[in-house]
Design a protein around this ligand. Structure first.
Ligand code: DGL
Length: 283
């Protein structure tokens, strides 16, 4: 799709941004919620991972990408990266008050509100868990559940390299959860957009009674609300176009994004809790 060829503002693409291929888990939810929109997916794989960088570096990278999306005509921006959201979304909303700017945060709310999950682990990058945004989020639910932050440096690299089923990955996840008595864990929040792609492996390691929560579906619903409020919902009758773009020059990441988007995923949507779907992966 040539961005210049899109004239009507409501048909302009929604830019979906991540440090790499992980934001495709959010794109999947967006397509489910709004199949007729056009999307411009941009992964900054050349600079990934973001989660082990400094706040200043992640903010600088995120702002420079978003500046370009807006200059090239995106009608809204979804920062489909928990790390980049913590670093830059507040600043970006001030810089572009007229552009719907949607971020993502670990899906702690549905995990806590659904009840019956007293011990909740939040898997995320070291930066997401270190930042004020996460501490504020955790403070909101303290007392309602035992919330255990689990930084996962090194995990996104597996997904970034397309390694989503392997013995090596399974061993990595085993080591990550070694300090826990797994039978005492009730829920795991996937607080990084890369992690839903290894949910099958995770479920294998954790056992099938542990509930997994991801932030993509909530972010997609919020995006739809924000576009509707701004009068920017697309009015196309046909299916939208998805364009993949990446800071790495080769086609490898773009092809991986396509593969991840089309990968059959085994999710069961259990029930609505507080307006939010609980999801569980079935082996
Ligand atoms: N996908 C990103 C997130 O949701 C993080 C991966 C990274 O470390 O770059 O936080």
């Amino acid at each position: 799709m040539s961005l210049q060829s899109i004239k009507k503002r409501n048909d302009s693409p929604i830019a979906v941004f991540d440090s790499g291929v992980g934001g495709v888990s959010v794109l999947r939810a967006l397509l489910e919620e709004m199949p007729n929109e056009n999307y411009w997916y941009y992964g900054d794989s050349a600079n990934a991972p973001y989660g082990t960088k400094s706040l200043e570096e992640v903010r600088r990278l995120t702002v420079s990408h978003v500046d370009r999306f807006i200059a090239e005509g995106a009608k809204a921006v979804v920062v489909a990266c928990n790390t980049a959201t913590s670093a830059a979304v507040r600043y970006l909303r001030q810089k572009y008050p007229e552009v719907p700017m949607i971020g993502i945060e670990p899906a702690l709310k549905p995990a806590v509100y659904s009840g019956g999950y007293p011990n909740v682990v939040v898997m995320a990058t070291p930066m997401t868990l270190r930042e004020e945004k996460f501490h504020n989020l955790m403070d909101r639910y303290i007392g309602m559940a035992h919330i255990i932050p689990l930084p996962c440096p090194g995990l996104m690299e597996y997904i970034e390299h397309g390694n989503i089923h392997s013995m090596e990955l399974e061993q990595f996840l085993e080591r990550l959860f070694e300090p826990f008595e797994k039978h005492k864990l009730d829920a795991v929040v996937l607080g990084c957009t890369h992690y839903p792609f290894v949910s099958m492996e995770l479920q294998k390691v954790l056992g099938e009674n542990v509930m997994l929560f991801e932030g993509g579906p909530g972010t997609a619903r919020e995006t739809k609300r924000r576009l509707a409020n701004a009068g920017l919902l697309g009015d196309c009758q046909r299916k939208g176009i998805v364009t993949f773009d990446n800071s790495e020059q080769s086609d490898e990441k773009k092809n991986l994004c396509r593969k991840l988007l089309n990968m059959p995923i085994h999710i069961r949507q259990d029930k609505q809790v507080d307006g939010v779907k609980q999801i569980k992966h079935v082996l």
